[in-house]
Design a protein around this ligand. Structure first.
Ligand code: 3PG
Length: 212
């Protein structure tokens, strides 16, 4: 597990913000990912919420130089395996199930598993996970809640996601137990459907300039 944790941290520490993407068209994913990488966001999470998601991971993995593409919203072992096969370098889940943990155990690709409570984080610690997704961050209690977990759960680190934007990202990034944040705000639907890659690169640059 130590090797996989290192692998995950090396990806998450590439930047303060991991873009969380819902992709409707695999072709536009390439332009979108190139725009994000140009702005300094190299680790990109494509959520498995659309029929195009797996093809989008494949396309970004093979066509976008400098991108580190991961798959998000992994809810079961079958999706985990399909996402790895498509070329994902990391896997993100909103929570965990025994099936997801089994798939992760059998894979070299690291998992960033979701947790929203002290008990969930402790159970994942017992399973060997030190780096967790805190989800849904704002709705579960926000930066103040996560700060309260930092002393009792020393040695557990989080990537908070859910309701985070340029406005509140610093509240999280300034905490000692936060590695990076995740968010969809760097790829708004209007800019993506308009193919406004320069606009996306601008948002990505602003996000990349935040400090973890
Ligand atoms: C999600 O899984 O939808 C992510 O947490 C992104 O949330 P956001 O759209 O609030 O950034």
């Amino acid at each position: 597990m130590a090797g996989k944790t290192e692998k995950l941290l090396s990806i998450l520490k590439l930047q303060p913000v991991v873009p969380v993407l819902i992709v409707d068209d695999a072709k536009s994913a390439v332009g979108l990912a190139r725009a994000l990488v140009a702005g300094g966001l190299k680790a990109i999470e494509i959520t498995m919420r659309t029929p195009a998601a797996l093809d989008a991971v494949k396309a970004v993995a093979s066509e976008v130089e400098g991108a580190n593409v991961g798959a998000g919203t992994i809810l079961n072992a079958r999706d985990f395996d399909a996402a790895v096969k498509a070329g994902s370098t990391f896997i993100v889940s909103p929570g965990v199930t025994p099936g997801v943990l089994d798939a992760a155990r059998g894979s070299e690709v690291p998992l960033l598993p979701g947790a929203a409570t002290a008990s969930e984080a402790m159970a994942l610690r017992e399973a060997g996970y030190e780096v967790l997704k805190f989800f849904p961050a704002e709705q579960a209690g926000g930066a103040a809640y996560l700060k309260a977990l930092s002393s009792p759960l020393t040695g557990t680190f989080f990537c908070p996601t859910g309701g985070i934007s340029l406005k509140n990202a610093r509240d999280y990034l300034s905490l000692p137990n936060v590695v990076c944040v995740g968010g969809s705000w760097v790829a708004p639907k209007e800019l993506v459907s308009a193919g406004d890659w320069a606009g996306i690169t601008k948002l990505a640059s602003e996000a990349a300039a935040l400090k973890a």
